[in-house]
Design a protein around this ligand. Structure first.
Ligand code: CMX
Length: 432
């Protein structure tokens, strides 16, 4: 089977023709209306952008290139990247070629370590990761070709090269951030004969005698890779990339959005909340205790992290997949048992609290079910990754695959610079 680069090169004329045809035939059709509430409300539900890598169905969750996530949960992350970009699962030969391509690009330059080791000791791991990505921007092949002069039809070629460089180097940087930030010793180099996910697990330096942690990392990296185009990280990466900022700028921008507590940072908040409950009740709490603690959290004006979603209206299949992993590999772990019990109790609490909110004239909580962040932390904690401020970095390495595949596709299609029209409150009052 063709390498990723060869296959995507074959597909570029095909997708250009397809999109050209769609635009010619359907260009003037209407696909969405926008209410005033949506304009003020984060454009929720407004159909105003295209993403072909994945879709999120409210009642099904993530579907990558037509495959419901749980049907492809055994794909390794690099295979997932191939699928995201081309719409096809790679065979063994194409996977190995991609693994080699990533390994060839995995060397972290010394200047990155110099910058990271000179950052203040209390820097957030997400800030360290993003700083490292930005200092590597000088390596952008896209910027170098652009500065020399390049025709638009070639934009995707150096963008794919930047994407591979970033994906090659990200596990090493991310693992290095962990080791530097938490005093775990020198960064560990990438091993060429090991897959991408297992490499990341190994470079973190945590003991993994059974290889189960590497299995978790592969699952984790596939699960977090993409969630269609409108979420904060993907949408931000897309917007910044649409200005022809290179992949280093665009991915870093997206990850800065992922660092927000309502988005990717929720996974650190989530485990924090679980440990707080366990601390308060001296171990795995009873369902009654959890019920009361969840209400206490909500009444104090805080969110229950890991629950709710802007699009989903069912249990996130990513949560379900992690939950299955927990039941298989660590059923007796007290943190996992607490997460599992929270899953039994919190949806009902959120439903009740939502009714209270509605009676008080507030918005209902649209989705009381767990999202991806509710379950992953307990699994990482079990394998010794106990520094939960680090968890969003793991999410970032994975999400880079989705953002980069979307970026490369958009470069191939020559997608226009993002520029929606904003209106003023005065305009709304006069015109709505
Ligand atoms: N706990 C408490 N209140 C919640 C809630 C939760 N888990 N989920 C939603 N609500 C509240 C919202 O804060 C909002 O309140 P206001 O109207 O007073 O602002 C109200 O319910 C309506 O929100 P919604 O329509 O149900 O959800 P949104 O699309 O506005 O927000 C999300 C979605 C994820 C930000 C929200 O559910 C939330 O804050 N969840 C907790 C944080 C979290 O888990 N984030 C991770 C999401 C996954 C990811 O992107 O990585």
């Amino acid at each position: 089977m063709a390498t990723l680069q060869e296959r995507f090169a074959e597909l570029v004329p095909v997708i250009r023709k397809e999109v050209g045809g769609v635009l010619k035939e359907l260009g003037d059709k209407k696909i969405s209306d926008v209410t005033v509430k949506q304009a003020y409300g984060g454009m929720r539900g407004v159909k105003g952008m295209i993403c072909d890598t994945s879709v999120v169905e409210p009642d099904k969750g993530l579907i990558i290139r037509g495959y419901p996530l749980l049907d492809i949960k055994d794909l390794w992350p690099e295979e997932t990247f191939y699928l995201l970009l081309t719409g096809e699962k790679p065979d063994k030969e194409a996977t190995e070629a991609l693994q080699l391509d990533l390994a060839k690009r995995s060397h972290v330059p010394d200047y990155v370590w110099d910058v990271l080791t000179s950052m203040p000791a209390d820097s957030h791991p997400m800030c360290m990761l993003n700083t490292a990505i930005l200092v590597m921007e000088r390596e952008s092949v896209f910027r170098s070709w652009y500065d020399k002069g390049m025709t638009k039809d070639k934009y995707w070629i150096p963008t794919l090269e930047d994407a591979l460089r970033l994906l090659g180097v990200l596990p090493g940087i991310a693992a290095g951030v962990y080791r530097i930030r938490y005093g775990k010793g020198d960064p560990i180099p990438y091993m060429t004969n090991l897959d991408w996910g297992a490499n990341y697990a190994r470079m973190l330096g945590l003991p993994d005698p059974t290889g189960d942690f590497a299995k978790l990392m592969r699952l984790y990296l596939t699960f977090h890779s993409d969630h269609e185009g409108g979420n904060v990280s993907a949408n931000t990466c897309h917007t910044v990339g649409s200005a022809l900022s290179d992949a280093f700028y665009a991915v870093s921008a997206g990850l800065n959005g992922l660092a927000g507590p309502l988005h990717g940072l929720a996974n650190q908040e989530c485990l924090n909340w679980i440990l707080e409950v366990m601390d308060k009740f001296g171990g795995v709490p009873s369902e009654e205790a959890l019920h009361d603690f969840a209400f206490e959290t909500l009444r104090s004006g805080k969110v229950v992290p890991g629950y709710g979603h802007a699009v989903l209206r069912v249990t996130d299949p990513r949560f379900a997949g992690f939950n299955e992993f927990g039941h298989k590999y660590l059923p007796d772990d007290p943190v996992f048992m607490t997460v599992d019990r929270v899953f039994k109790v919190v949806p009902q609490v959120l439903k009740e609290f939502s009714e209270e909110r509605v009676k008080a004239g507030k918005n209902p909580i649209a989705n009381p079910w767990p999202n991806v962040d509710a379950g992953s932390g307990a699994l990482l904690y079990h394998y010794g990754l106990t520094e939960f401020a680090y968890y969003t970095v793991l999410f970032s390495v994975s999400r880079a695959m989705g953002m980069l595949s979307q970026l490369v596709i958009n470069r191939a299609l020559g997608t226009a610079i993002t520029r929606p029209k904003s209106v003023s409150t005065k305009w709304i009052k006069e015109n709505a």
